[in-house]
Design a binder for this molecule. Structure first.
Ligand code: COA
Length: 247
């Protein structure tokens, strides 16, 4: 484990990153963004599944408002959090957000950047930015829409309403809900399923999922063409067929 705003537990097939400013409800400040970039750098070079979670019963209660208050127009244009979350989103292997408690503002946007979201029963997720005189500029205006649809995203972003676990599950914003003490185990169970599959096929599935509509079906064919030539595909299919033949 490294000390700092991001605790990192490295394993062979996954990395667990814990947002760690519990005294500030893990509010995302520049140091945490820098640590996320460093982690992305590592995972771009050495692809593994990433589980993102938070310390002390919260995911993240937003971008750090003390820093936000001092930021000016040029800072906004740099998209400090937006670019970090895009990088998280584009990591080669899947990203799982394990969301306990508050996921507000930038915290919610980091969760929206994950491929898979699981939550605890204490979830409180949403974007109260307009109440602070700003917009949710780190992904909510496009990603929330992609996840829950235009009507729901509009209602949530235009009102700043916060959802609990039941409602987040009902609209498909999270895939499953668990007691807080079982949340990380649920995220690991998903990472275990991913780890049992072919990593390259998983990476290519993510690439195809993220490709814009106009690149389909060509991109699927290109990615599949590479996999059809891979020894791992042949090995896995032969193992399946041999097992059936033996039965
Ligand atoms: N930025 C900076 N500091 C934050 C923060 C944020 N987004 N969210 C919480 N904190 C700090 C509080 O200022 C407080 O610090 P202090 O102890 O030095 O005063 C500490 O974290 C604990 O917060 P507190 O409000 O006392 O905890 P709570 O459990 O009563 O309430 C929240 C938790 C999340 C409801 C409340 O902290 C909150 O509303 N935070 C802001 C949420 C928000 O608007 N996020 C969007 C930002 S874009």
């Amino acid at each position: 484990m490294d000390a700092g705003p991001l605790l990192i537990d490295r394993r062979d097939d996954r990395v667990v990153a814990t947002l760690h400013r519990p005294e500030k409800r893990n509010a995302i400040d520049q140091a945490m963004i820098d640590a996320l970039h460093a982690l992305c750098d590592e995972l771009e070079r050495e692809p593994r599944t990433l589980v993102v979670t938070g310390s002390g019963g919260s995911f993240a209660a937003g971008a750090d408002i003390a820093q936000l208050r001092e930021r000016r127009a040029d800072d906004a244009r740099r998209g400090i959090n937006a670019h970090a979350f895009i990088r998280v989103r584009e990591l080669p292997m899947p990203v799982i957000a394990a969301i306990d408690g508050y996921a507000l503002g930038g915290g919610a946007e980091l969760a929206y950047a994950a491929d898979i979201r699981v939550a605890s029963t204490s979830l409180k997720i949403g974007n109260p930015e307009t109440g602070l005189g700003i917009i949710a500029a780190a992904g909510a205006t496009w990603r929330l829409r992609e996840i829950v649809g235009d009507a729901r995203a509009s209602e949530l972003l235009l009102t700043g309403r916060i959802l609990d676990a039941d409602e987040a599950l009902a609209i498909g914003l999270v895939s499953s809900v668990h007691p807080s003490d079982g949340l990380l185990a649920a995220a690991h169970a998903i990472a275990d399923r991913i780890a049992a599959n072919d990593p390259l096929a998983t990476r290519y599935t993510k690439q195809a999922l993220h490709a814009p509509r106009e690149r389909h079906p060509e991109i699927d064919g290109e990615l599949q063409a590479e996999l059809f030539e891979s020894p791992e595909k042949h090995r896995r299919m032969t193992a399946f067929l041999d097992k059936r033949a033996a039965r």
